[in-house]
Design a protein around this ligand. Structure first.
Ligand code: ZN
Length: 141
């Protein structure tokens, strides 16, 4: 029950007061991520310099899960190197499949609030949209 409350609070907070939802000034990496099954449509914007995510933001529309997940993701990967960001992404994607350990999920901080999505197959694509889009950008080079 406590976990359920945490999940709702995190989702609500990131939707009402997103930290990272704005147009980035002069991004050098931009990628759209679309989840047609729900109608989620985000554009991830990075200032990516020498293998480090110096700045990041997103714009777009979608359900509460897609928006909160993208916002939390950016909090986690800001200032991180490519390898560190991919490491967190790997944990997140495995968490959503129910395959991450508790210790790994702790590395995701607030992202851990989304672990129950693994029991909601219809929402999986919403939760992973931001992370999949980030992976595509980081694996482009
Ligand atoms: Zn969605």
């Amino acid at each position: 029950m406590a976990e359920r409350t945490f999940y709702n609070e995190v989702l609500t907070d990131h939707n009402l007061h997103p930290d990272n939802k704005y147009q980035l000034k002069d991004p050098n990496k931009v990628k759209e991520g679309v989840n047609p099954s729900c109608g989620d449509d985000i554009v991830l914007q990075l200032k990516y310099v020498d293998g480090v995510i110096e700045e990041a933001s997103f714009v777009g529309e979608g359900c509460a899960i897609s928006q909160a997940s993208a916002d939390i993701m950016i909090n986690l990967v800001l200032g991180k190197k490519k390898e560190e960001a991919l490491h967190l992404s790997d944990i997140f994607l495995r968490m959503i499949k129910g395959e991450a350990t508790d210790e790994e999920i702790e590395e995701l901080e607030e992202g851990g609030a989304l672990q129950d999505i693994s029991h909601m197959p219809a929402r999986v694509k919403c939760a992973v949209l931001g992370w999949r889009t980030l992976n595509e950008i980081l694996n482009e080079e």
